[in-house]
Design a protein around this ligand. Structure first.
Ligand code: EPZ
Length: 421
């Protein structure tokens, strides 16, 4: 297992290229299943999760080639297992979003229940509620969801809670249903909007994506697509925090500022200087950061995927910040490791009170989940001395080559490949 070592204390200066959005790429890989033939995705980030999804698509019978430009040929899927096995689904929960396309196009799917993960139980009851509303017969069989239907029929679905994956899974299934589907209390994330844009490029008829009510008029067939994926708002937000806390001056090339309003507003509230320039966002860290209160919410609120990163920013600010996590029940796994580096954070249920400024001291820490590992990199960038982060495979799920992104900006960051792994 690889580790990363950082000698902190360097203000970051320079430019970072923001990659295609992980949480759009994974869903567009699934959407390719809806059409016969070869789809092409561009600006695909080189991430472990993307490679895991490619493994699943190959297991389903797809021919998948390329990396940053990905071609997906679904010709042979009909003869495949139409099943997503436990060993792949447990590795990456997003695998469950092959269910909608498989049901919509083939009328059959056998997908392992994802089980929990580090940040919470993460059930899929809303996915199944929506697919059942469209007429799928759904049974649970030894840890697998077995779903089948003749042809899905359009229906009205009101989600009991806002779910990004649930909205996307049902949207993809409804695209090939007979009749019209209306999703209410739908997720409004940019990645949901991006999926609707791509499905419409494939011939679907979807209106309202990005709002809480999405209407999908089913069609008989969809055709392959060639699409360049939108930039990653969470990668951009993470590196914006890196610039802010190191007192740096960083240009985030292609940062999707239109999808980052909640994060940018909080950065400005903390005293960070932002300038939207041609082709990206310039971020300058102030001499003194001010405390900010943050409560995670579905989009367009403050994203839960930026909570861990903002906790480090809050710990560098002069004063008391209150962070509330409202989306996941266990998304403070980064706190014990930050405490070991010297942070002053008190967690009480969904709320964390952060006091700063923290004099972070480098030590050995362990990554536990994707965004927690990003927060450890951020703390390492400002810590005195050497920080060694273990199990960075968590980081590699969602960030392409962090050390290659940060080293050119002056960061003293090195990856060590553990031959024992
Ligand atoms: C997506 O996960 C993202 N992943 C997550 O990003 C992100 O944190 C999350 O949305 C929230 O924004 C991808 O897009 C691949 P949800 P998803 O369904 O779809 C509960 C990252 O770091 N829920 O919106 O799985 C669920 O337990 C990852 O990039 C149900 O109760 O999230 C959670 O508490 C982490 N029943 C809440 O809703 C359901 O049927 C939001 O989950 C579905 C979800």
């Amino acid at each position: 297992m690889d580790s990363i070592v950082i000698e902190g204390g360097v203000p970051l200066r320079g430019a970072i290229q923001i990659h295609g959005a992980k949480n759009a790429a994974l869903l567009l890989q699934c959407a390719a299943l809806l059409a016969p033939g070869v789809s092409t995705l561009r600006h695909v980030p080189r991430l472990a999760d993307v490679r895991t999804m490619n493994r699943l698509l190959r297991h389903l019978g797809c021919t998948v080639e390329g990396e940053e430009t990905l071609t997906l040929d679904t010709t042979k899927v009909a003869d495949g297992p139409l099943a997503a096995p436990y060993e792949l689904v447990k590795t990456m929960r997003a695998s469950v979003t092959v269910m909608g396309p498989l049901l919509g196009r083939y009328g059959r799917a056998r997908v392992s229940l994802p089980g929990g993960c580090a940040i919470g139980a993460r059930p899929i009851d809303q996915h199944l509620k929506g697919l059942a509303a469209l007429g799928a017969q759904i049974e649970l069989d030894h840890g697998y969801v077995v779903a089948r239907c003749k042809r899905l029929r359009g229906a009205s679905v009101v989600f009991d809670k806002v779910t990004v994956g649930g909205t996307q899974n049902v949207m993809m299934a409804a695209a090939l249903a007979e009749g019209t589907t209306v999703l209410e209390n739908a997720a409004r994330e940019p990645e949901v909007q991006e999926l609707a844009v791509v499905l419409n490029k494939m011939g679907a008829r979807i209106r309202g994506a990005g709002t809480a009510v999405v209407e999908i008029e089913g069609v008989d067939t969809l055709h392959p697509v060639d699409h360049a994926i939108l930039p990653d708002r969470i990668e951009a937000g993470t590196y914006a925090v890196a610039a802010a806390i190191t007192g740096g001056d960083v240009f985030l090339r292609d940062a999707p500022v239109d999808h980052m309003h909640a994060v940018l507003a909080k950065l400005e509230e903390a005293g960070v200087q932002l300038a939207v320039e041609a082709g990206g966002l310039r971020v300058r860290g102030p001499d003194r950061l001010d405390p900010v209160d943050v409560s995670t919410r579905p989009h367009p609120g403050f994203p839960t995927d930026m909570q861990a990163q903002f906790m480090v920013l809050a710990s560098c600010a002069h004063g008391r910040s209150v962070i509330t996590e409202t989306i996941f029940e266990n998304r403070y796994m980064h706190v014990p490791e930050l405490l070991r580096m010297g942070a002053d954070i008190t967690v009480n249920g969904p709320t964390a009170v952060v006091r700063g400024p923290t004099r972070y001291l480098g030590t050995t820490v362990m990554a536990t989940d994707l965004r927690a590992s990003a927060s450890l990199v951020l703390a390492g960038l400002v810590a005195e001395g050497r920080t060694e982060i273990l199990r960075v495979y968590h980081l590699d799920r969602g960030y392409e080559a962090v050390e290659r992104q940060l080293a050119p900006l002056g960061a003293r960051i090195t990856r060590y490949h553990d031959a024992r792994a």
